[in-house]
Ligand binder design. Structure first.
Ligand code: G3P
Length: 217
């Protein structure tokens, strides 16, 4: 399973890239707005920190303008994945960009039918938002199971990128279902490392080691 982080915060991206466990980054207009910096410059900096796919989202809603935005974003670096919304115009743009060889991440997916259309439009990634479905009393992870089944039935190359992740349990369930990628907020990625018994065990080992008076180096 690949781990992307869902942020435009460069400090977090640098910090987590240093673990060697980061496979990509996703951004959206809300996350970029939080940085208070210029969109194109932030995205370009991220592509220099991370080798894997960096999602940058179009903001136009009509196909012609969205395509121009997508081409401009794709020209920033070869590892840009242009993000388009799951609308008719978004999928037209997805088809056009993917035909040009550009990676496209289709975002704001909330149904298996939408995910099927995105795969047919040549998306490199489909982004179902599990947390936002849970927030309205629906089952986000059930959507992931349905999409994984549909994509497997037809051997689609589109990767299932679980988005709107709220905690480690979403990541574990997504992994059990065989989702290709989870994009997680930086705090959730950090939480994945932790277990209280690891901390307790390490403290006990180190206390016993101190008593020996030895050193390895
Ligand atoms: O970037 C897309 C998605 O992960 C947003 O998540 O937390 O705003 O629902 P959230």
């Amino acid at each position: 399973m690949k781990f992307f982080i869902d942020t435009a915060n460069l400090d977090d991206i640098r910090d987590l890239a240093a673990t060697g466990l980061l496979d990509g980054v996703t951004t959206n207009p809300s996350l970029v707005a939080k940085t208070g910096r210029g969109f194109l410059e932030v995205v370009e900096e991220i592509t220099r920190i991370v080798d894997g796919p960096v999602s940058a989202e179009c903001v136009a809603t009509d196909h012609e303008t969205m395509l121009k935005e997508g081409e401009k974003l794709a020209a920033i670096a070869p590892n840009i994945a242009v993000k388009v919304p799951l609308t008719v115009d978004g999928l037209r743009t997805c088809k056009a960009l993917s035909t040009q060889g550009v990676m496209v991440n289709v975002t704001l997916c909330f149904s298996p039918a939408q995910a099927l259309l995105a795969a047919k439009a040549g998306a490199a990634f489909i982004s179902p938002f599990v947390g936002r479905l849970d927030d309205i009393g629906q089952d986000g992870m059930a959507l992931i199971a349905e999409i994984c089944q549909i994509y497997a039935n037809y051997d689609f190359d589109t990767e299932v990128l679980v988005a709107s992740v709220r905690g480690p349990q979403h990541v574990i369930t997504a992994a059990k279902l065989g989702a290709d990628v989870a994009t997680v907020p930086p705090n959730v990625l950090r939480q994945l490392f932790n277990h209280p018994l690891t901390d307790k065990g390490l403290a006990a080992f180190l206390a016993d080691w101190d008593k020996t008076g030895q050193s390895i180096l």
